[in-house]
Design a binder for this molecule. Structure first.
Ligand code: BT5
Length: 325
C-alpha cells in the first residue's frame, strides 16, 4: 500500500524530484521505510534516480502489467471491475468461459502475460509471446443467439478506438474479427458463447493484441502478415494505459450496442476495410469470389458473387483481392 502511494507521488511530482522527507511525511512512515519501498520498486524494474538534496525521480517504467496501474483511474462500471491476472494460462478464453459458467459477473476480465494454448477460430492457434495483451471479457447480453456475432464487431470497434486514443494510430477492421494497421494484422478477436435454445447464458469476448513483442517471436508465415503497435508507432507502448483504454472503450461501445445496435454497425462500417472491395472468402465451405457489398443487421457479410448471386455469410476468412476506391 505504501509502495503504491510512493509510486503515485513520484509519478505526480511536477518538478520531477520529490524528497525522501516529503515522501515519508505524506505517507506517514519513516525515511528508512521510504528507502526500502524505493528499493522494492527498483527490483520490480522501475528506474529511480536518487540525487542528494533533491530526492527521487522516476526515469523509466518497466514493461509489466500491473493491476494497480490498470485499476487506478479506470472508472468503468462493470468492465474490468474484477480482473483475474495470471503470468501464464492455457487460454484466457477457456478460463473466462469456466468463470462465466460458475456465475462470474458481467465485465469480469481474465488477463494473462502469456498463453500456452491461445486459441484462434476453427481450432487455429493464437501465438502469445510476452509483452502483448491477451484478455477475455465475460458478457451477459440479453440478445437472441443470431445477434451474437455483433459482439465481435462491437469489440473490434472498441479496440480500434483504444488504439487511436492511446497510440495515435489509425487501424481498420477486416470482417469479421481482424484489426489491421497498414494492411497487417495487429489484433484478433475470438467470441465464444454458451447458450440454451435461443437464450444466451454468457459470451466471452477474447482479444489478442500485438503490442511490444519482437516480430521475430512469430513464425515467418505469421510474421509476414502481422505487425505490432510498437513497430507502427516507433516506440514502446504503455500496456497498462492501453489496456485501461480498451476496457473503457469496450464498456462504452457495449452499452451503445445494448441501447441501439445500429450505432455500433454505423461505426463499424466507417472503420471496416472489407465492404466495397473484391474479396475471396474461404473457410466456409468452398472458396467464394465476389464483391463485399455490406453487412446485415446481424453482422453477416453480404457478398455479390461474380455470377450475380447474393450470399450472406456468418463466418469465413476474407482475403481482399482488389481495393475498389
Ligand atoms: C483470431 O483467430 O484472430 C482470434 C484470436 C483471438 C486471440 C485471443 S488472445 C485472448 C483470447 N484467448 C484466446 O485463447 N484467444 C483469444 P483467426 O482469425 O482464426 O486467426 C488465427 C490466425 O492468426 C493464425 O492461424 C495465425 O495465422 C495468425 N496469428 C496467430 N497468432 C498471431 C499473433 N500473435 N499475431 C498476429 N497473427 C497471429
Amino acid at each position: 500500500m505504501y509502495k503504491e502511494k510512493i509510486l503515485n507521488l513520484l509519478r505526480l511530482s511536477c518538478s520531477g524530484f520529490i524528497s525522501g522527507e516529503e515522501l515519508a511525511r505524506k505517507c506517514g512512515i519513516s525515511r528508512t521505510m521510504v528507502w526500502k519501498h524505493i528499493k522494492t520498486l527498483e527490483r520490480e524494474g522501475f528506474g529511480i534516480e536518487a540525487v542528494p538534496s533533491q530526492g527521487y525521480r522516476i526515469t523509466s517504467v518497466p514493461d509489466i502489467l500491473r493491476l494497480e496501474d490498470i485499476r487506478h483511474g479506470l472508472r468503468t462500471k462493470a468492465v474490468g471491475k474484477e480482473i483475474h491476472f495470471y503470468q501464464e494460462v492455457t487460454s484466457t478464453n477457456t478460463l473466462a468461459m469456466g468463470l462465466a459458467a460458475d456465475g462470474a459477473l458481467e465485465g469480469t476480465v481474465v488477463l494473462a502475460e502469456t498463453q500456452t494454448s491461445g486459441k484462434g477460430r476453427l481450432g487455429r492457434k493464437w501465438i502469445s509471446p510476452k509483452r502483448n495483451l491477451y484478455l477475455s471479457v465475460v458478457l451477459r447480453p440479453n440478445i437472441p443467439m443470431h445477434k451474437a456475432p455483433l459482439i465481435t464487431l462491437t469489440g473490434a470497434v472498441a479496440v480500434v478506438s483504444a488504439i487511436r486514443t492511446t497510440c495515435g494510430l489509425e487501424a481498420g477492421i477486416k470482417w469479421p474479427n481482424d484489426i489491421l494497421i497498414s494492411g497487417q494484422k495487429v489484433c484478433g478477436l475470438l467470441t465464444e458463447m454458451s447458450a440454451e435454445q435461443d437464450r444466451i447464458r454468457h459470451i466471452v469476448l477474447g482479444i489478442g493484441l500485438d503490442v511490444n513483442m519482437e516480430m521475430g517471436e512469430l513464425p515467418p508465415n505469421v510474421r509476414s502478415l502481422s505487425t505490432t503497435l510498437a513497430a507502427e508507432a516507433g516506440a514502446k507502448i504503455n500496456r497498462n494505459a492501453l489496456l485501461q483504454q480498451v476496457l473503457r472503450d469496450l464498456e462504452r461501445w457495449y452499452q451503445k450496442f445494448l441501447g441501439n445496435e445500429g450505432d455500433v454497425l454505423n461505426e463499424w462500417k466507417k472503420l471496416n476495410m472489407t465492404v466495397g472491395n473484391r474479396i475471396t472468402v474461404s473457410g466456409a465451405g468452398e472458396a467464394l469470389d465476389g464483391l463485399a457489398q455490406g453487412v446485415d443487421s446481424d453482422g453477416r457479410l453480404i457478398v455479390r458473387l461474380d455470377n450475380g448471386t447474393i450470399r450472406t455469410l456468418a463466418a469465413g476468412d476474407v482475403t481482399i483481392v482488389k481495393k475498389i476506391a
